[in-house]
Design a protein around this ligand. Sequence first.
Ligand SMILES: [Zn+2]
Length: 484
Amino acid sequence: MSMRRRMIPAALRLPCAVATAILLLSACTAEEPGRSGVSKARRVTRDLHSFSRPDQIRVTHAVLDWTVDFDARQVRGSLTWNVKRAPDVEGEPLVLDTKGLTIESVVSGTGRPLTFELGTTDDLLGTPLLIAMDPGDDEVTIVYHTGPQASALQWLTPEQTAGRKHPFVYSYGSAIGARTFWPCQDSPAVRFTYEAELTVPSDLTAVMAAEMLPGGRAGTRFRFRMPQPIPSYLVAFAVGDLRFRELGPRTGVYAEPPVLDAAAFEFADAEAMLETAERLYGPYRWDRYDVLVMPPSFPIFGMENPRLTFVHPATVAGDRSLIFVLAHELAHSWSGNLVNQATWSDLWLNEGVTVYIERRILESLYGRAFADMEAVKWHQVLMQDLATLDDGFTALRNVMRARRLRRSRAATRAHPKSREGSGRLRSGSRRCVHCPTTFRRHGSRSSTPRGHSRTPVIPRSCSSGSRCAFGAAIAVPTMRSGLS
Ligand SMILES: [Zn+2]
């Protein structure tokens, strides 16, 4: 997912609180102690943000049959899980995560009612659903419906959409939200395949982060399948007045009709980006890469749902200047969707590696200078965000300050007169952020020379310098020419 804020409206900055939450989640991880005589390799790392016990009984395949009810603002229907039991486990229940769900019935694969119980509710984690299964049971069907506070479901009125004629709903399961719209083992370590049928109002279209089956639309029913195993937070759907435009042999874009033309222009190079990523990191394993442009209330820049990236409409900037979002979400097709962290406490691993891959894609498309500029820009944002954290993050702040100091000294050695040599600047001096030029302050206002800048913007031209403070040539193409 992409939650960067500097180039997005203030209304979108809430996700930074989510990023902080990720750091907080990262503060707690537990490894269950290995029993005496049990090898280290068999120790179980528990995900503290899931009640499930996949080390005992693990879900492997789901069959979803959902009705999306806009009037009731509810998803209701059934869910069948295939499960696999650890060989040395007997008498343990299947444990699923739920939050605010109403469980109507639970039966075995043969239709036999099964005993189930909802455990103690935790305000953050929700409520565990414990289902008693006989040793021979490998299938369980749950009939249920969502509650009014399902945080992973966003129900929009027509006025909240681009077209302003039809309602819209979408799911957003990351990080621990999937449990609010279906009972699952809501831990990134648990991967499974699934099939789904969605029943929606007749004038709306359903899409999922999955393959729509040939002839998958039958009246108001849509059929999908996800043959590649994924964790629960990557199960995603949206229902609204949507149209599709093909961009390339494996790429396309969904959007509301008023946005479709602009979206098709903005993401026209998705196929080229996909081919670039394949050259760097190997074959794309998800068959298709489509983009869904969300209504304005979508809370983050992008979400890497497999096969169908969800993006904020602000990414349709008209000049492809926010194409880095697509590079980031595409990068997740390798880092995060193919290989991911085992617990929610380590979500930073997923995002950290993805940012690296994103930069390599951008570097390949636009050149080293552009990738370096992105790195500098977002490093500054990171430092600003760190400054807002409380004393619990002092150590992290110190690490980042020390790293910045090392880079500054290295830059000074490379360019003795550069802006990075803070100790060499005279009091009151200012530095261009793109080249070694320094200039003096006059009174309360700086006399920034023409062609230089003190703010971290992309330097389309820098009149005096051909090399930036990090030694890279400044030759940044415009986004449009760089991608077309
Ligand atoms: Zn991400």
